[in-house]
Design a protein around this ligand. Structure first.
Ligand code: BGC
Length: 727
């Protein structure tokens, strides 16, 4: 069933160019390249990002740097330049094979002067050797014979939407290879890139070296006759100073040992790796082709963004597929994307959590700067774990005015979210070594933060958290956000438990760690005592958990009355007015019920689900909302709502529901989709004692099969359409 592995486009639509650049992004966990055209197109956003290569930028502090483009191939057909913006497109198809990450495009093009040519483009970013990428172009004249010129190289002029990060250090040629040496302007990360180009044709080929400063290029000229092919193969290699001491030497050496035509050899190794990846991660859905393709598409995007051999990078909210959020990582990684890796690729989950471990110094600085103890993780994080949330951004609807962004100051739940992910990883993997040597420090240092951040309210005899932002960002500067308070309580209790566990498991390691962090017996009992007095509101009469103090007094808006609409409630009403209502950008209390089910009575869960669902902007609010909503709907027995929200998440990027998929893949939505399938419809539940299933498949699904790694062993689940059936 090749079509359930293939994302296709059967005609060229210039209106969707940005969106499709995101959809057709390729990568290998080291680099990501957007689906731009080799020959260029006006207004495109061609970009290649490499994990961890950030450089400073005003307003957003730092951003992933766009690398010199390895795709460029300019094609001249008997003197006419091939471009989809000119001439006539007689046929166009593009396919992304999710099983292998191969992108293929075929075009039948008539030039302005009537020359018709078949062109086929293929490319992949090697998963077997993440420093390599490869493309080929085959062109065949249909109604003319004449000269063909192909120009290709590397362009140091690559910028980030107009902002230049690269300083040129050198360039050169070596036979049919050209190379570039560069360095990022402020962070001074060196990059070495090399590319080898081989052209084959029936007639002789003349090769010219164009040593243009900053743009080493090779130009190939040959003659071609009707029905005959000209083929170009381009291999590119990228290394940075983050990988090795001499990135340029490594990039050149990588290509030097490959034959002139290496496509087949590289392809074999690459597809073997993808095959293994899917054997561990694929999810099979029978009876719903759209869902089947969508889940694979979303998993593909998580897999191409996942660092396999690096533990000092995370996955940004938009993966490596666009400029959105400038490559910064949020709670999206730990709460939404990480479970997929924890359950199918624990090695990757460990890398991602290690990123937070290595960035503890940044989190400690943040806590100290804010007058707290321990470690406070940044809301947005990039290369070194400093807070990089912009504080002021231009107002898109009124560029003369700036908007103050408060999330970096007061959206503090992320410290508990990260700990939640550490805990889940340990629960599923039983990787004691990680917990003892890395996870524990994360958990304990952030517990110290909570203990110092919580405020004792003497009048009410309880601990409170005032002036925060919860997951629902339509409301800022609120007191006692239920999600944040509950998570802080859960976190302190886990830290208390961990203290005992560590002493039991490895007394020596425990002693050393506690000494280093200055933790004594009383610290742990104090945490327990604080946790027991954190204010976690519940109105016993209504059974409702108030999202924050005074939420119920805000204006109630009938969301249905705002229909039909094509934008978020915040856009419609304005930031201040939306803040005054009860409308939510994303489920907040529902999210809490999802993460900590043991803390919420099922009868209470239903009431809160009903209350908050009616007030959540699920279509145009946050892309993080629908998947969680779908899981809770499944658990609470609302199958229609579950499926509707599942499909909202499934279509987020494929259908560009919010109109911003051009900025990059919504990684959290992709991870949430996997959770909906496995924890929602599949009904997988885990706790310290083991796992169990309570499946509730959508009625029309005939089969759902997936695998997960449980404490070192692979478990295969294969569910028939009927409830509870596990064959
Ligand atoms: C959401 C946050 C999310 C961020 C990055 C915001 O719009 O409200 O929850 O972390 O986007 O995806």
């Amino acid at each position: 069933m090749a079509e359930l592995w293939t994302i296709s486009e059967s005609s060229f639509n210039p209106e969707r160019i940005r969106h499709n650049e995101t959809v057709f992004t390729q990568g290998n966990g080291y680099l990501g390249t957007r689906g731009a055209f080799e020959e260029f197109y006006p207004d495109e956003q061609r970009a290649t990002f490499v994990h961890g290569v950030f450089d400073d930028l005003p307003v957003v502090f730092t951003e992933l740097v766009n690398f010199p483009d390895w795709l460029e191939v300019e094609i001249f057909l008997d003197g006419e330049r091939f471009s989809l913006a000119d001439g006539e497109i007689l046929a166009f198809e593009r396919h992304l094979d999710l099983h292998t990450g191969l992108l293929t495009r075929t075009v039948r093009w008539r030039s302005p002067q009537g020359r018709t040519t078949w062109l086929e483009f293929q490319r992949f970013a090697s998963l077997a050797n993440v420093h390599l990428a490869c493309l080929q172009v085959i062109l065949t004249p249909e109604n003319y014979s004449g000269g063909v010129e192909l120009r290709s190289g590397l362009d140091a002029g690559a910028d980030n939407l107009g902002f230049k990060h690269w300083d040129w250090l050198g360039q050169g040629f070596d036979g049919q290879t050209c190379w570039l040496k560069l360095r990022t302007h402020t962070t001074e990360i060196e990059a070495g890139m090399a590319t080898s180009i081989a052209v084959t044709a029936d007639e002789d080929i003349e090769t010219h070296v164009w040593d243009v400063h900053g743009h080493p290029t090779l130009a190939f000229n040959t003659q071609v006759s009707v029905g005959h092919d000209v083929r170009l193969e381009k291999k590119a290699s990228i290394f940075t100073g983050r990988d090795c001491a001499d990135p340029l030497a490594s990039a050149r050496a990588e290509l030097a040992h490959l034959p002139e035509h290496a496509w087949d050899e590289l392809w074999q190794a690459h597809t073997r790796c993808w095959k293994e990846e899917w054997q561990r991660c694929d999810v099979l859905i029978e009876g719903d082709d759209e869902a089947q393709l969508a889940i694979r598409f979303n998993l593909y995007h998580l897999l191409i963004a996942a660092p396999r051999s690096e533990e000092r990078v995370s996955i940004g909210a938009k993966t490596l597929s666009g400029y959105g959020y400038r490559g910064h990582a949020f709670w999206d990684t730990e709460i939404f994307m990480l479970p997929f890796f924890t359950y199918t690729r624990p090695e990757i989950a460990r890398n991602l959590l290690s990123y937070r471990f290595h960035n503890l110094p940044g989190a400690r600085d943040k806590a100290t700067t804010n007058g707290f103890s321990g470690a406070q993780y940044p809301w947005e994080s990039a290369g070194d774990g400093r807070e990089v949330t912009p504080t002021w951004v231009p107002n898109p609807s009124d560029r003369a005015n700036m908007i103050r962004i408060w999330t970096g100051d007061i959206e503090i739940h992320i410290s508990a979210d990260i700990v939640y992910a550490v805990w889940q990883y340990w629960l599923v993997s039983q990787d004691d070594e990680f917990l003892i040597n890395r996870g524990a420090e994360i958990i304990l240092e952030t517990a110290r933060f909570w203990a110092s951040r919580l405020e004792w309210n003497n009048e009410n005899r309880r601990y409170e958290l005032t002036d925060v932002i919860g997951p629902d960002e339509y409301h800022d500067h609120v007191d006692n956000n239920a999600y944040t308070n509950h998570l802080a309580r859960w976190h302190l209790r886990k830290a208390h438990w961990l203290g005992g566990w560590l002493k039991e498991q490895n007394p020596q390691a425990a002693r050393q760690l506690f000494n280093r962090l200055g933790l004594v017996e009383e610290t742990f009992s104090h945490w327990q005592q604080v946790a027991d007095h954190i204010y976690c509101p519940l109105d016993v009469e209504t059974g409702l958990i108030e999202q924050f103090d005074g939420y119920f007094k805000r204006k109630d808006v009938d969301l249905a009355a705002l229909e039909p609409r094509t934008e978020s409630v915040q856009n419609l009403l304005g930031i201040e007015s939306a803040n005054d209502t009860q409308v939510l950008k994303q489920p907040d209390v529902v999210m809490l019920m999802y993460l900590l089910p043991e803390e919420i009575d099922p009868a209470v869960a239903q009431k809160n689900y009903d209350y908050y669902t009616a007030r959540t902007d699920l279509t145009y609010g946050s892309s993080l909302g629908p998947s969680i909503q779908a899981i809770m709907a499944t658990r609470l027995g609302s199958p229609e709502q579950a499926y509707e929200n599942f499909m909202r998440a499934a279509r987020a990027d494929l259908e560009d529901v919010r109109g911003n998929a051009g900025d990059g893949i919504h990684g959290a939505s992709a991870g949430g989709l996997w959770q909906t399938v496995v924890f929602g419809f599949g009904g997988l539940q885990v706790n310290v004692d083991g796992w169990k299933l309570a499946p509730k498949l959508p009625k029309h699904w005939k089969r759902l099969a997936f695998k997960f790694a449980w404490r070192g062993e692979e478990v295969s689940i294969d569910l028939g359409g009927k409830e509870g059936e596990n064959t």
